[in-house]
Ligand binder design. Structure first.
Ligand SMILES: Nc1ncnc2c1ncn2[C@@H]1O[C@H](COP(=O)(O)OP(=O)(O)OP(=O)(O)O)[C@@H](O)[C@H]1O
Ligand SMILES: [Mg+2]
Length: 239
């Protein structure tokens, strides 16, 4: 078997009585980037929130590095190496860039490696070093996304889940964050789940992808297969 980091089988999620996810199965290997794409309200955030322990599924299995995690607390998921960079970034606007980054060090190991992690972050995004003492709320959208990504990396994840990182950002900033993500995946074996509206960009950086429609995975395959899939082209690539 491949070096599987996350394996989700027959995931089902309800909000109250309303079921929004049905029988989703997908996986992420070590060092692999997968894209999860789909229209608004189709269940992408719900799916990845379940994978980070923020929502408890009503059915199915979520294995992280071989350990069954369904029903465990978000804290346990973090300890197993799963970190979510949430939709809308959710920084602490009244805290500085540095303080926001330090908030990512919630485990003993992450705290012990804080200095090293900060050096890495500032090498990826030199701009953040210049802005370390600036309030996060006063940063541009692109800079805030750099902080959100970096705060996630301060946690020393083995799987980083990014929910719509490109939303509202200039293309070159998105390209930069994706290029850095790709090199970390390749060099350090980080696994990445990328939830994206920008399907073309996501599939260019990802190894494989899944399309979610109305709470179900309807199309899956290598990024190349999806980019050439007539339905994906028509629904998400605009031709
Ligand atoms: N906290 C909640 N309580 C009840 N229903 C919810 C809740 N969060 C999401 N939903 C519903 O679940 C469905 C899936 O929502 P979700 O946020 O997962 O979609 P999404 O694919 O991430 O959408 P978007 O692209 O707009 O971010 C939607 O119908 C939404 O209204
Ligand atoms: Mg969403």
């Amino acid at each position: 078997m491949a070096d599987r980091f996350l394996e989700v089988t027959d995931l089902e999620v309800k909000y109250g009585d309303i079921q929004v996810i049905w029988k989703e199965s997908f996986y992420v290997d070590r060092g692999e980037i997968i894209a999860i794409v789909g229209s608004n309200g189709t269940g992408k955030t719900t799916t990845v929130s379940a994978c980070a322990g923020l929502i408890h599924p009503c059915g199915g299995s979520i294995k992280v590095a071989g350990t069954e995690m369904a029903g465990q607390t978000a804290r346990k998921y973090i300890d197993q190496g799963v970190t979510l960079v949430p939709e809308g970034r959710q920084l602490f606007p009244e805290m500085t860039v540095l303080e926001n980054l330090e908030m990512g060090c919630t485990s003993k190991e992450a705290r012990a490696k804080k200095k090293e992690s900060l050096e890495k972050v500032f090498a990826w995004f030199p701009k953040l070093k210049d802005r370390a003492k600036q309030l996060a709320g006063s940063l541009s959208g692109g800079e805030q996304q750099m902080v959100a990504f970096s705060r996630g990396m301060m946690q020393l994840p083995r799987l980083l889940i990014m929910d719509e990182p490109s939303l509202g950002l200039a293309p070159n900033i998105v390209d930069n964050i994706f290029a850095i993500s790709k090199s970390i995946a390749q060099d350090e074996g980080l696994s990445i789940i990328l939830v994206e509206q920008d399907v073309r960009k996501a599939l260019k950086v990802a190894d494989r992808g899944y399309v979610i429609e109305n709470g179900r995975i309807t199309i899956q395959g290598s990024s190349q297969q999806l980019l050439n899939d007539p339905e994906v082209k028509k629904a998400y690539l605009g031709f």
